[in-house]
Design a protein around this ligand. Sequence first.
Ligand code: KG4
Ligand code: ZN
Length: 342
Amino acid sequence: MIVLGVESSCDETGLALYDTQRGLLAHALYSQVAMHEQYGGVVPELASRDHIRRAIPLLEQVLEKGGVIPNNIDAIAYTQGPGLAGALLVGASVACSLALALEKPVLGVHHLEGHLLSPLLSRNPPEFPFIALLVSGGHTQLMRVDGVGQYQLLGETLDDAAGEAFDKSAKLLGLGYPGGPAISRMAEFGDPLAYKLPRPMLHSKDLNFSFSGLKTAVLTVVKNHPATICDQDKANIARGFVDAIVDVLTAKCVTALKESGLKRLVIAGGVGANKQLRASLNEVALKRRFKVYYPELEFCTDNGAMIAFAGAMRLQINPDAAQRNYAFNVRPRWPLDELRIA
Ligand code: KG4
Ligand code: ZN
């Protein structure tokens, strides 16, 4: 079965073809980062308009790269939510109109399920069950995953998401957008002893997170700085921030593994690309004898491959999950625990 995946929930247009027998055939991505950079964040209306411009050329690219003719596509999966309403509507309308024209079934996929399952696309995929840490621009959640569609939320952020904290703190330091990669690069040159920032909820007895206080701590340091912050001092603050957030994420993962008795940890979402987080998790994994799995770097951030894959997994379990009714709606807010395998 060949599934075409369409992702357009935020600022990346991603298309991909996944074959349940041969694996990923092709994927193509257009990132709007350069366009949004000058505004310091994603401008929803500009994002929607750009998805319209990119979707069809990317579709042509994946068909050519994958050597697939449109009629050989068996089903089309698109990100139905959560995300920006206008951006989601573009992907949904492209997917549904294409499905209508080709007379193929179509399926709305949960964006976070795409992220959660993305490590299964790698060369060395984890087996179920596992603990998943989902760390993206909009979400920070710890989940127990027993199979496709079997997700139990163990804890989540009470305020800002990890990626959001990276982006906002980077902005405070004047490091541009998206902040995650920028602050991470800067932190490499920072002195770990220069700024000791708070580790919110590190010792709370649950698996929840809170990052807005950490962002406020960065703001306070910046505000109290007597003069313009030189690059070395920026690097020191970045290092203080990264160390704090990585400590909290690592500690909560360890607690989730301990409490569940599981030995496999999967990291998904954009912040999963973070070098310092990976180093810290790899270190405790060795010490505590668990295994940690990451998606390939290109599938950490938003992409069409994870949507094609999640769609294919759902259809394998339940071929009736797709519909031939081409009216569509999107779900900008869509809690993952409302997701059931039909
Ligand atoms: O998963 P994703 O592409 O989009 C959402 O679904 O939100 O995640 C984007 C987030 C952004 O906040 C970005 O700053 C962060 O992931 N990010 C990183 C890194 N690469 C992306 N954060 C820290 N270190 C990175 N290397
Ligand atoms: Zn995402």
